[in-house]
Each structure stands twice: as C-alpha cells, then as structure tokens.
Design a protein around this ligand. Structure first.
Ligand SMILES: Nc1ncnc2c1ncn2[C@@H]1O[C@H](COP(=O)(O)OP(=O)(O)OP(=O)(O)O)[C@@H](O)[C@H]1O
Ligand SMILES: [Mg+2]
Length: 286
C-alpha cells in the first residue's frame, strides 16, 4: 500500500532522511517512534506529497509520489493526513470542515457529502456537534473532527502526525479509542506517536527512527510471547510486569510438578535395596 525505498531528503545541507526503507501493507497499522528532529514528520509529508525528496522512491498503491506531478492530487485523495494541531478551518463548523474536501476536491454532490459528514461525526462520537465551530470544541473534539474530515475523503490510508501530543491528558483517550476503532475496521494507518501503550496494543509493526535513519524495525506479536518480549524491548518494564509474573507462574507449575515427580521416583529407587533387605530379614525370621 505505502512503500518507501531508500528515500533521501535534505533541507539545504541538512540531510534529514538518510535512506529510509519502510512499508505499510493494506490494513496494517505501523507506528513511527523516535526523538524530536529524527525525521518522522518529514516521512509522512513525503508520503502525501507535501514535501519533495531527492533520491529513492515513495510509492502509494504502486504510484510514485512526486510533489510536482499532476498525479499528486489523486495521491492526496488516497492518503489523508491528521495533524498534531488539527488544522481545521476556524470560520467553518465541524460539518463544513468535514464536507469541504468531498465537495471541492472530489466533486461529490453536496447532499451526499452532508449525509456522510453526519455519519462520520457520529462515528467519532460527535453527533451533536455538527454546527459547532472549532473554537467551541475541546482539543480532543477538534482532533476527532479532523479524523472525520480525513475519513470523508474515503482514503486508502491515513497518516497521523502525533495526533494526541497537543492534547490535555484527559482528552487523549477519546482520540485514541477512535483510532483504535479505525484500526479494528481495517484502516491502513501510519502513525507517528509517543503513545507506547497505543502502539503496543494496536500496531502490527513499529519503526524506531534516529537521526534520519530507521534504527530498528520490528513486528508486534499480539500474543503471550509478544506481550512478554515487546514491553521489555521498549523499556516499559513495569508495564508488563504483572502479566510476566503470571506467565512465569504458569510456566513454572509443570516444571515444579515434574521435579517433584522425579524426586519421588529417585527416593523410591534409593529405598528399594532397603526394602529388599527388610523382606529377606522377615523371610529369614519367619
Ligand atoms: N521546512 C523545513 N525547512 C528546514 N528544515 C526543516 C524543515 N522541516 C523540517 N526540518 C528539519 O528536518 C529535521 C526533521 O524534522 P521533522 O519535523 O521531520 O522531525 P520530527 O521527527 O517530526 O520531530 P518532532 O518529534 O519534533 O516533530 C529537523 O532537523 C528539522 O529542523
Ligand atoms: Mg514531527
């Protein structure tokens, strides 16, 4: 669905992407994690053609993304982007923000766009907020309008650039649960985030960036083995401690049982000669 092959990008003398190779398959959720300035946003911007690159290939559904190309508008309708700071039009209502793209870019009939706009606002938990302006909404609600706006373009994939990092902690959960639901519905997602719990629960793969390079790239295993190892790999030891102790206990039970059995058998063998001697003694005295 999305492929980056040895992508290089510089701002003047500052090479910010030093040969990035990564991919996102259909219905896959890939999280990008890394320190500030490592090139995470630049990757997303190259994928939807907001930024050009000097070498390598960025492909969306097999089409090369080139900023100057006439195909760029088509690519942007395939790949929507959700930004850290929502980027809603402040003078338009939530619904107007959502229907803007379908009407003006995709040339959909206004009535259809409005009907789907209402559906999408309901989907992100904002059914009653269609007529509210961004200033009348909380940060979390604005971000959910931005997600509805991204969905309105009926994209093949959505790029998220730290969608919760500008939010107060109590508003993060609602946005993440909307994203979790999208992932469950099979949306292809490339997500720059610092939310490790979200990444661990939802991502099928994680890309660690460092200074313009992919430092580590790994799969998440959503099973007991993966739950055991990934928190350790990610350094969130306390996170999985309870689960690990439970796993240890379960694994240890059969081992302890086997040891007890062996010990009993060994004692039995050791006692055999004694019992034989006892039997002989009894026979002799009888
Ligand atoms: N338009 C630009 N002009 C010049 N330099 C830029 C531009 N955009 C980004 N950079 C530089 O490119 C590098 C990577 O920036 P990028 O925004 O991709 O990092 P990031 O990993 O997303 O960081 P953060 O976590 O802070 O968002 C940084 O050194 C940044 O200063
Ligand atoms: Mg960034």
């Amino acid at each position: 669905m999305i492929q980056l092959r040895d992508v290089h990008k510089s701002f003047g003398k500052n090479e910010v992407l030093k040969g990035i190779t990564a991919s996102v398959a259909k219905s896959e959720v890939v999280c990008i994690i890394g320190p500030s300035g490592s090139g995470k946003s630049t990757i997303l911007r190259c994928v939807n053609g907001l930024e050009s690159y000097e070498a390598g290939d960025v492909l969306v559904e097999g089409t090369r993304v080139e900023r100057q190309a006439t195909s760029i508008q088509a690519i942007r309708t395939k790949v929507s982007m959700v930004f850290q700071r929502f980027n809603l039009f402040p003078h338009r209502t939530a619904l107007e923000n959502v229907i803007e793209g379908p009407i003006h870019v995709k040339r959909e009939p206004r009535r259809d766009a409005i009907a789907r706009g209402h559906e999408l606002l309901a989907k992100v938990g904002l059914a009653g907020k269609a007529d509210a302006f961004p200033a009348q909404l909380s940060g979390g609600q604005q971000q959910r309008v931005a997600i509805a706006r991204a969905l309105a373009m009926q994209p093949s994939a959505i790029l998220f650039d730290e969608p919760t990092s500008a939010l107060d902690p109590e508003l993060v959960g609602d946005v993440l649960s909307v994203m979790r639901k999208l992932a469950e519905d099979g949306m292809t997602m490339l997500v720059v985030t610092h939310e490790m719990t979200f990444a661990r629960q939802v991502a099928s793969r994680i890309v660690f960036m460092d200074a313009g390079q992919v430092a580590v790239q790994g799969f998440f295993m959503h099973n007991a083995v993966g739950m055991w190892f990934t928190p350790m790999a990610l350094g969130t030891l306390a996170d999985g401690l309870g689960l690990r102790l439970a796993c240890l206990f379960l694994l240890a039970l059969p081992a302890v049982g086997a040891l007890c059995f062996l010990a009993a058998r060994t004692l039995e063998f050791r006692r055999l000669p004694l019992r034989e001697a006892e039997r002989k003694r009894k026979r002799g005295s009888g």
